[in-house]
Design a protein around this ligand. Sequence first.
Ligand code: ATP
Ligand code: SF4
Ligand code: MG
Length: 368
Amino acid sequence: MSKVPEAHIQPLLQLRGLRRYFRVKGGTLFRPNMVKAVDGIDLSIERGMTVALVGESGSGKSTLGRVALGLQPVTAGKVIYDGQDLTSLSASERRRLRQKMQIVFQDPFGSLNPRLPIGDQIEEGLHAHGNRDRQDRRKRVAKMMDLVGLPAEYASRYAHEFSGGQRQRIGIARALALEPEFVVLDEPVSALDVSIQSQVLNLLADLREKQGLTYMFISHNLDVVGYFADRVAVMYLGKVVETGPVDQVFTKPQHPYTIALLSAVPKIEAHDTADRLILEGEIPSPINPPSGCRFRTRCWLREQLGNPERCATEEPLLAASPRALDVAVACHFPLEDGAASTTKVGRTAAAASAKSRAGASATARTEA
Ligand SMILES: Nc1ncnc2c1ncn2[C@@H]1O[C@H](COP(=O)(O)OP(=O)(O)OP(=O)(O)O)[C@@H](O)[C@H]1O
Ligand code: SF4
Ligand SMILES: [Mg+2]
């Protein structure tokens, strides 16, 4: 039997036990204050897949994207890209690999140089990565502009001469000029008018097909994630709390946080405003996250279960769900009927069912 090449069986990107802490003011010499922006994440992205990262502001999505690309150092853990451990490569090896990994930022204007014609900006990366043939670079710029739907003669114009949607196309052309395989899209359409968001998303979907790209897609917009991504990782305070295929996680969410996020999406027709689950309070400080389960201070399910001690003392690990193939959840009392739980009545029923299961497992433990 012929041997299957490694590249076909291993994910393009693997994050293992990834941590990224930032030292901030305060604390003591021996216990400095550290923002735990990413705090122990395992995630794999298969070639050709789009994996979305969702979660409230401050949950660590952008930091995870940047660390995955090697734009920021890791505090602990590994980033394995195409079988190579990025964290153990020399600077020149990392540079070579970085060519295959690019990022498109949320703010197309802020990320473009106002004083340089946009053609030169697209060309810059090619030069930086060793292309010394000016004519070839120019040809590539024209090809990239064509690919993102901009006339090649616009190459001599400056960023302020373009609309928001056009600037984002330029940002995409710049990222793709180096023919990457993996692109982090950090809120790529959220700064754009709603009317042009779908144009840019369609362009990104089209490029994914044509160029065989793999995306990490960061977004607050769950509707867009549902349409654009294959898989989703729901993040809370530097951790992944639920992950799996988008259609599974969005139709049968099991983690109370995922349910709260989905409940806030207005589209589900069964909902009136009373059905919405409002997450109370702010996301806690990532310097001192709550003990046990990080979500416990805002968890509606824990409250309905009578505040079980376990949520405060034992950290729930991200574990494969027995109910859904390929889904993993980090909760001691994952819900069975998450879709129903996005309504008020459904939540009460789901909590009652979780309570009886929690009771059953406590009895089993006592008897053991
Ligand atoms: N350079 C830094 N120094 C200190 N703290 C930082 C730094 N960068 C990010 N953080 C903190 O890390 C946490 C995660 O930030 P991050 O930007 O990754 O979140 P996010 O999920 O992308 O949020 P948003 O949706 O608002 O973009 C936040 O508490 C943020 O304040
Ligand atoms: S472990 Fe407890 S606090 Fe955490 S999400 Fe589950 S029920 Fe809520
Ligand atoms: Mg961000």
